[in-house]
Design a binder for this molecule. Structure first.
Ligand code: GAR
Length: 216
């Protein structure tokens, strides 16, 4: 049995991806220990999900600090208290500074609701619909200084169906997010995925040249 990896999860809202990780951990499918969940929004439902799972939950809101730097300093201190081997952004909706991101280089993952490199930033479902795309999806990637631009590890596609609106498409994407995020976290925790100093992702010691699909 490998030693579980210490993980801190950052959220801003509902926390359904956090829930998928909690479920995987509790079912013994994920060799991780979520030590803390931190939200930038005090009312985030994900904090309640954490408390229900007996995980330390805390809000660190930018408005309680004189500026972004002070907020990030407090956030990093709260994270580093747990010496995490991995920081998971799960619907965390703040843009982090380059210095902050560098501090967690190679040990911070994000999930983004698009088939990156398509549709970085916001309103991804609306943009996919407006473009008339036949497929859409979600990507798990290492976080680098470039917003939604870090190397992609796993990607899942969903069809765009006739009659879809933003809500129906978002729901279909979220369903696959809940599959691929735990899978990516497991691969990382097992040491099978890592990001080299030059930004290249390695999978089982070999350069990953295209995102992995959802694992069977
Ligand atoms: C997810 O769909 C995630 O992909 C997205 O926010 C949602 C959070 O849902 N993230 C981003 O847009 C990041 N730019 P959740 O709180 O239920 O996990």
């Amino acid at each position: 049995m490998i030693q579980p990896l210490d993980v801190v999860v950052l959220i801003s809202g509902n926390g359904s991806n956090l829930q998928a990780l909690i479920d995987g951990m509790q079912a013994g499918r994920l060799p991780i220990r979520i030590n803390a969940v931190i939200s930038d929004r005090p009312g985030a439902f994900g904090l309640e999900r954490a408390e229900r799972a007996a995980i330390a939950a805390q809000a660190i809101a930018p408005r309680d600090f004189p500026g972004k730097e002070a907020w990030e300093t407090a956030l990093a201190a709260a994270i580093d208290l747990h010496s995490p081997g991995l920081v998971v952004l799960a619907g965390f909706m703040r843009v982090l500074s380059a210095a902050f991101v560098r501090h967690y280089r190679g040990r911070m993952l994000n999930i983004h609701p698009s088939l990156l490199p398509k549709y970085r930033g916001l309103h991804t479902h609306r943009r996919a619909l407006e473009a008339g795309d036949a497929t859409h999806g979600a990507s798990v990637h290492f976080v680098t200084e470039e917003l939604d631009g870090g190397p992609v590890i796993l990607q899942a596609e969903v069809p765009v169906l006739p009659g879809d609106d933003e809500a129906s498409l978002a729901a279909r994407v979220q369903a696959v997010e809940h599959v691929i995020y735990p899978q990516a976290v497991r691969l990382f925790a097992e040491g099978r995925i890592r990001m080299r100093d030059d930004g290249q992702v390695e999978y089982d010691g070999m350069p990953l040249t295209a995102p992995l699909p959802a694992q069977a």
